[in-house]
Ligand binder design. Structure first.
Ligand SMILES: Cc1cc2nc3c(=O)[nH]c(=O)nc-3n(C[C@H](O)[C@H](O)[C@H](O)COP(=O)(O)OP(=O)(O)OC[C@H]3O[C@@H](n4cnc5c(N)ncnc54)[C@H](O)[C@@H]3O)c2cc1C
Length: 312
């Protein structure tokens, strides 16, 4: 018997009172019994299609150059490698070890489903990227032509649907935090559980919204704008405002949250009075960047001026 199953059995048999506290971190780490994560590997991919989805937001589709695409679970992500500024010319002038250390990675959630409804594995991997005004990845993606190649490692991450699906499932996403949530909702449909799901998706304004194809029709979708224009007739305010009316309780709910760190902290605080905590596995989350420090997006700079030069 492996050490993890020993720990789990000990927790279940001897410490029933503390069960939630001991098992939940294992769940958060993706190690819940029966949850098997596909092994990651490095893959060279080619950009085959790109499209602007919304303001400063790109959809990019990649296909493997040689080896077949890896399989993944809905909600997982990839790490994409970026060469140092100056690209190959810079690489030639820098000794190997130093060069390797200057190669940077950025993480992107996988936007498409790992397989279609008939179980056929996806042949392309899609991501959705919010472009920062300045940033290694944003600068690259803004200009990246179709046909260009990149290296990535994947799949990674434990932000995936848990095997036990309670009566109420709430997905809270801000901005491109919707990327891993979309395939999770599609999977819920395939598992016959989409009618239990509510999605609360928050963006700044209407120009930041985009279509969420293939989400099952019985998912309740709440789109909320933090800075709506006067003409917006839908929901307003931060995502946490809309958690209040859902009547969530500890026995029958689970919340999946993805986006900026401050939002995730706010979700923790909003759910704590109902006894829904990450430590008990009631809240599963993926943080895109740290609380209190967001990159500068074009929307934050409106009205927009010329782009500043890239950092040296
Ligand atoms: C697990 C994980 C999954 C991620 N998935 C996605 C994804 O699917 N789509 C996506 O667009 N980004 C995603 N990110 C963020 C992504 O990895 C990069 O940080 C982002 O694209 C900025 O990279 P950059 O090199 O252009 O700018 P950098 O110079 O690296 O970033 C500048 C700053 O921008 C902030 N920032 C990062 N992402 C955002 C954002 N989405 N909105 C506002 N501010 C941001 C951070 O504070 C960062 O320090 C994810 C991050 C993590 C950790």
């Amino acid at each position: 018997m492996g050490i993890l199953s020993t720990i789990r059995r000990f927790a279940e048999e001897r410490l029933l009172g503390a069960r939630d506290t001991l098992i939940a971190p294992l769940r958060q780490a993706g190690l819940e019994p029966g949850l098997k994560l596909p092994p990651p590997r490095e893959l060279m991919v080619r950009l085959t299609a790109r499209r602007e989805l919304a303001r400063d937001t790109l959809w990019l589709s990649f296909e493997p150059v040689e080896a077949p695409l890896f399989s993944w679970l809905a909600g997982q992500h990839v790490s994409i490698f970026f060469d140092p500024p100056g690209g190959e010319a810079a690489a030639d002038s820098v000794p190997g070890a130093l060069m390797a250390s200057r190669r940077e990675t950025r993480i992107y959630s996988i936007w498409n489903s790992p397989e279609d409804a008939a179980g056929t594995p996806a042949s392309a991997l899609e991501i959705v990227v919010k472009l920062m005004v300045v940033g290694r990845a944003s600068d690259t993606f803004r200009e990246l032509p179709t046909g260009a190649t990149l290296s990535m490692v994947g799949p990674q991450g434990t932000f995936v649907l848990r095997s036990r699906l309670p009566e109420q499932l709430v997905f809270v996403a801000t901005g491109t935090g919707i990327a891993p949530v979309r395939p999770m909702l599609v999977e819920l449909g395939l598992r016959g559980a989409s009618s239990r799901a509510t999605l609360i998706w928050g963006v700044r304004s209407e120009a930041d919204l985009f279509d969420l194809p293939d989400i099952p029709e019985d998912v309740r979708v709440i789109r909320t704008l933090s800075r709506p224009d006067d003409g917006w007739g839908g929901r307003r305010g931060r995502v946490t405002t809309h958690l209040d009316g859902l009547g969530l309780h500890r026995e029958g709910a689970q919340v999946y949250a993805c986006g900026n760190g401050q939002m995730i902290l706010d979700v923790f605080a909003a759910l704590a009075p109902a006894g829904l905590r990450r430590e008990t596995g009631h809240v599963v989350y993926e943080k895109f960047f740290d609380a209190g420090f967001g990159g500068i997006t074009g929307a934050a700079l409106l009205p927009r001026g010329p782009l500043p030069p890239p950092p040296k």
